[in-house]
Design a protein around this ligand. Structure first.
Ligand code: FAD
Length: 383
């Protein structure tokens, strides 16, 4: 008999945890559980649909799913279909990899107005998450405010600004892509509460704004600034490069392309008023739901660290936690309980969904067309 580990959440941190466990204990039996019928967490539902290179990481994750003692259990929500206590009783260890996807609030008047969207709700819609099938009405949207100075703000602004041609090889949900392409957008403001020397953008993602077909990046910010002297060298390098890119944007003329993307700094949002922008998307971070903690329960990824870090950041983090789990198991005999897992969508089910989506995409020259409806997902998984 061998130990059995439940990993709750089949996003990057869950996969890296499975990888870390199997490297030292290839004999372990691992259940990778997700509330969705599809694996890969934010790689599928968060990462921008035009960044297919980033999504290619799923090929590595698929290899883990193919391991004989790794079982995918999709459409199983812990806390709904099975309690955290049942999970703890049924497995020798439980790893919580549930991420964080509740949009943080600005806490300002006007935030609940219907034209204000949290970034998660927005990207989940255009990425086809089945819980978020309705997007904003873009038919009359000319001016957009994207509040925040991280890469999610860049993703949101870029996807709104790109032409249909530029999105043609993406896996954006077709209805969302069509709504964006048809929107009469003229101005997108990316609004930071602090200065350009504090923005969290990464260089490549910012530089992409200099190469958009129908949108020009502009800024009238004071760019004669420098990163804080206390920053570590890699941070200084990143910020200096960002300032250099922004200086190149400052030379652009706003009217030279149909859409102007304005990088506005030192503009803390104190209230959201109707009439100023037609659509406001807040990109200011996420929080998560409480999960059971205690003996034999280990958190990884965003559920452990909070919503920071890229996909690769989760690797070292999950591997470190996997080592703790292995040390914990070493002190314990395997439990001889019944299998508590009500598998609703297994690996074959996910592969049926995958195949159907890729086939639908092939007809349009796209990587895939996602199924966005719960019933369609579950029916397809069943075959
Ligand atoms: C909009 C956006 C864009 C991003 N773009 C990039 C990028 O371009 N490049 C990059 O490197 N990083 C990007 N990131 C960051 C990256 O997505 C995260 O670092 C990573 O996904 C965190 O992994 P995770 O496994 O902790 O959480 P997640 O990826 O969120 O996975 C959590 C999983 O847990 C499941 N789950 C939650 N609750 C339960 C429950 N009760 N029972 C069962 N399952 C449950 C969820 O369905 C989900 O599949 C982006 C993040 C966001 C939000």
């Amino acid at each position: 008999m061998t130990h059995r580990v439940a990993i709750v959440g089949a996003g990057p941190s869950g996969f890296y945890a499975a990888d870390g466990l199997l490297r030292s204990r290839p004999d372990l039996r691992i259940d990778l559980i997700d509330r969705l019928p599809t694996p890969f967490g934010l790689v599928r539902a968060g990462v921008a649909p035009d960044h297919q290179g980033t999504k290619a990481i799923v090929r590595q994750f698929e290899k883990l799913l193919a391991e004989p003692d790794v079982r995918f259990a999709g459409n199983v929500e812990i806390g709904r279909d099975l309690s955290w206590d049942e999970l703890r009783e049924g497995y020798d260890a439980v790893i919580v990899a549930t991420g964080m996807t509740i949009d943080k609030k600005l806490g300002v008047p006007g935030e609940t107005l219907p034209f204000v969207w949290g970034s998660w709700k927005f990207v989940a819609w255009l990425n086809g998450h089945p819980d978020f099938r309705l997007g904003p009405d873009l038919a009359q949207v000319k001016t957009v405010a994207v509040i925040g100075n991280g890469n999610v703000a860049l993703d949101v602004a870029r996807v709104l600004a790109k032409s249909a041609d530029e999105m043609a090889r993406s896996d954006i949900v077709p209805e969302a892509g069509a709504a964006i392409a048809a929107a009469p957008i003229t101005d997108i403001h990316i609004i930071g509460r602090r200065g350009p020397e504090n923005a969290s953008f990464t260089n490549n993602e910012l530089a992409e704004f200099g190469r958009l077909a129908r949108a020009v990046a502009v800024t009238d910010a004071d760019l004669s600034v420098a990163p804080p002297a206390t920053d570590p060298t890699p941070e200084k390098l990143r910020k200096n490069k960002n300032l250099e890119i922004l200086r190149s944007f400052a030379k652009n003329a706003p009217g030279s392309k149909p859409i102007a993307i304005h990088f506005d700094f030192h503009r803390p949002t104190t209230a959201i008023e109707p009439g100023k922008f037609d659509l406001v998307i807040t990109c200011i971070g996420y929080s998560g739901v409480e999960f059971l903690s205690g003996e034999g329960i280990f958190a990884v990824g965003w559920a452990r660290r909070g919503p920071t870090g890229t996909i690769p950041t989760n690797r070292a983090d999950s591997h470190a936690v996997a080592r703790q789990v292995i040390a914990w198991l070493k002190e314990r005999d395997p439990k001889s309980g019944l299998d508590p897992m009500p598998i609703a969508v297994d690996l074959a089910g996910w592969h049926r969904i995958d195949k159907a989506e890729v086939a639908a995409g092939a007809k349009l020259g796209r990587p895939r067309v996602k199924l966005t409806d719960w019933k369609a997902l579950l029916d397809t998984a069943e075959g």
